[in-house]
Ligand binder design. Structure first.
Ligand SMILES: CC(C)(COP(=O)(O)OP(=O)(O)OC[C@H]1O[C@@H](n2cnc3c(N)ncnc32)[C@H](O)[C@@H]1OP(=O)(O)O)[C@@H](O)C(=O)NCCC(=O)NCCS
Length: 301
């Protein structure tokens, strides 16, 4: 078994592996056909992550050079984000994921690791908790088809983010949750891909009450990352994002289960639960005072 950096000629093999891994695991363990039969949407991973964090894709191969597993990591100044981690079903339980995680741990060089995993997946839960990860936030993912005519409500102060907001976003997240991801927010505002959305909520004094990103790519529509001072601000951001950018489409987003206002807001629109998740940290885990909406694309922890 060898570990190497993901190369461009491996993108197709990797996309097929990620698809097979998730598809087989969810069908055999949860009886869910969540990921369909098409592996091509999973090319999104190498496409986005090689642009955002070049050279941070890892691959485990066997002696014949066949890919057994893969993972991405996302170095930031306060931590290293991890995900997605996938192992080929033929290689489950043989230490492939552990080898990938240990490589990421050594690259992190003392920085904490942060990730969001399924709370319904005992294998990933076991992998991470055996390594010492501690769940910090329990989340539920909600799915909704946003009505074509939009959503009622709305509040003032929500506008599209600009490059001038990035530092204030980074500072808000650091003050509330002890982590910084300015690089991600710059990436969203630059929007070379064309599918990123990013809104901020401004208070009367010009400071930020919160912000919320989204991925509007048709293969993977998801809200996040987002952070807000309180639930009211996050509710305003979620409403504005869905109303402005996702009318008539299916969308998913994760909310902390303790944020009953956000959960009620989703149910009120007719959203359905899809899955439960855990935001976990290995190493120093600063207290999280803000309301957080993490995402799987790009993984943010
Ligand atoms: C989750 C997944 C990545 C695990 O990969 P894997 O290569 O089978 O995992 P490994 O063999 O490296 O490690 C599993 C660890 O969990 C431990 N483990 C497994 N089941 C356990 C259980 N029920 N209780 C306690 N420990 C358990 C194993 O002992 C091992 O730890 P050890 O090496 O310290 O003994 C793999 O199942 C997968 O790809 N699933 C589908 C995709 C997915 O869900 N990815 C996770 C996204 S967050």
């Amino acid at each position: 078994m060898t570990i190497s950096r993901l190369q461009a000629h491996q993108y197709v093999e990797q996309a097929k592996l990620i698809h097979t891994s998730l598809d087989v695991w969810y069908r055999t363990h949860l009886n869910m056909n969540r990921f369909g039969s098409d592996w091509r949407p999973f090319l999104l991973m190498s496409d986005v992550y090689e642009a955002l964090d070049p050279g941070c894709g890892l691959v485990v191969s066997d002696e014949a050079g066949v890919m057994l597993g893969t993972a991405f990591y996302h170095p930031r100044e306060t931590h290293v984000g991890v995900g997605v981690v996938s192992v080929h079903p033929d290689a489950f339980g043989r230490g492939v994921a552990k080898a990938l995680m240990q490589e990421i741990l050594s690259v992190a060089d003392g920085r904490p690791l942060r990730l969001v995993s399924s709370a319904m997946n005992i294998d990933s839960f076991s992998l991470y908790t055996r390594m010492g990860f501690v769940p910090q936030v329990t989340l539920q993912s909600l799915t909704l088809k946003v009505p074509a005519e939009g959503l009622q409500g709305g509040c003032s102060g929500v506008r599209a983010a600009t490059m001038a907001d990035v530092e204030a976003m980074g500072e808000l997240e650091f003050r509330l949750n002890g982590v910084r991801k300015d690089k991600d927010y710059r990436f969203f505002v630059e929007n070379a891909w064309g599918h990123w959305r990013l809104l901020v909520m401004e208070k009367a004094d010009g400071s930020l009450a919160g912000f919320l990103g989204a991925n509007a790519h048709p293969a993977d529509r998801i809200l996040g990352p987002g952070v807000a001072e309180d639930e009211a601000a996050m509710q305003g951001l979620v409403q504005a994002m869905l109303d402005r950018h996702f009318r008539g489409t299916d969308i998913v987003w994760m909310v902390p289960v303790r944020c009953t206002g956000l959960v009620r807001q989703g149910y009120g629109w007719g959203a359905r639960n899809r899955e439960t998740h855990l935001l976990s940290v290995l190493g120093n885990a600063p207290p999280m005072h803000g309301v957080v909406i993490p995402t799987f694309m790009p993984e943010s922890g």
